[in-house]
Design a protein around this ligand. Structure first.
Ligand code: BV8
Ligand code: ZN
Length: 258
């Protein structure tokens, strides 16, 4: 299957890849049925802007609204399955010497597809903690009770200080988890190939990572249904869904004894 980007130099370079980074955004989970951040929120959420909902200010002002949104998303993720892109990314670990998966997503679909040590730059839906004293909080298993779209749900309260329990995600204006960005940047600076899968590249500092790989001499390959115009000699774009291209890339990358 020859894609528009698959010239002989590129194909030969893919065969020689030893260290790869896969950098993912919401698009890698789209074919699992998880709405991307750019998709207009559906139904009763439609009147809210995700970027304004994903803030500490919104949670402090309307904890029931924000907690309800995250519980609805947590249920979406629990009912979703990893898709062929997640599975191909997990399998890529067997084709190269060093694979680092860096995700902006807060779902656990990479892990459920078999990827290990995933770097979550923006936290995880399931890692809840106290908004006030920051103590970790374990959600009871039955918390995934039915949450209708747009439903307001009061967050649980911290058993220690009585504060509201918040999602374990990084909100806009918040720092990334200690060391996560530095670890991702280090891997990007040392890799031969960075695959940027399903990201609009509009959120910082995460969006610096693909450019850092390119500037450090790696190949940068975008996988996205939206057209992305490569600007550098070692930059390519495969236009189409992740679930289509990642299984193809799995066959082309690595696993050649020089
Ligand atoms: C920070 C968790 C230091 C929450 C997320 C003013 C004040 C303070 C900060 C800023 C400021 N101005 C700018 C900033 C920086 C800010 C920022 O970047 N803002 C943007 C809006 C400009 N960043 C931050 O605040 C970060 N922290 O800077 O700390 C600091 C601290 C204080 C003061 C100053 C500095 C923290 C950012 C983290 C925010 N949290 N997520 C939650 O999920 O609810 S970000 C959230 O949005 C997602 O995690 C994701 O990262 C991002 C959405 O991006 P994508 O993943 O790319 O998804 P998107 O929907 O955009 O695109 C999907 C793509 O998939 C599309 O291209 C589509 O074509 C494609 N696609 C669709 N289908 C498919 C597909 N691709 C493949 N296959 C398919 N089938
Ligand atoms: Zn507390």
């Amino acid at each position: 299957m020859m894609g528009q980007a698959m010239d002989p130099d590129w194909l030969a370079a893919m065969r020689r890849v030893r260290r790869a980074v896969v950098f993912t955004g919401a698009g890698v989970s789209a074919e699992s049925g998880i709405a991307t951040f750019r998709d207009a929120l559906s139904g009763l959420w439609a009147r809210y802007d995700p970027a304004s909902m994903a803030t500490a200010e919104a949670f402090a002002a309307e904890p029931d609204l924000v907690w309800g949104w995250y519980q609805w998303r947590l249920r979406q993720v629990a009912e979703a399955q990893p898709n062929p892109a997640h599975r191909a990314i997990a399998a890529l670990a067997t084709r190269v010497e060093q694979l680092t998966v860096v995700t902006q997503n807060v779902d656990d679909l990479h892990e459920r597809a078999g990827s290990c040590e995933v770097i979550h730059l923006h936290g995880s839906l399931s890692a809840t903690r106290c908004f006030d004293c920051a103590r970790p909080h374990q959600l009871p298993n039955d918390v995934l009770a039915e949450v209708a779209e747009g439903q307001r749900v009061s967050p649980p309260q911290c058993g220690f200080c009585g504060g509201w329990i918040r999602p374990g995600v990084v909100w806009f204006g918040e720092m990334l988890p200690d060391g996560a960005f530095e670890q991702a940047l280090d891997a990007a600076g040392k890799c031969d190939l960075l695959l940027a899968v399903g990201t609009s590249g509009q959120v910082y500092p995460a969006a610096h990572i693909p450019q850092h790989a390119l500037a450090s001499g790696a190949w940068l390959v975008h996988v996205n249904p939206d057209p992305i115009a490569p600007r550098a000699e070692r930059e390519r774009a495969l236009q189409g869904p992740a679930g289509h291209w990642l299984p193809q890339l799995l066959e082309l990358i690595g696993d050649v004894d020089d």
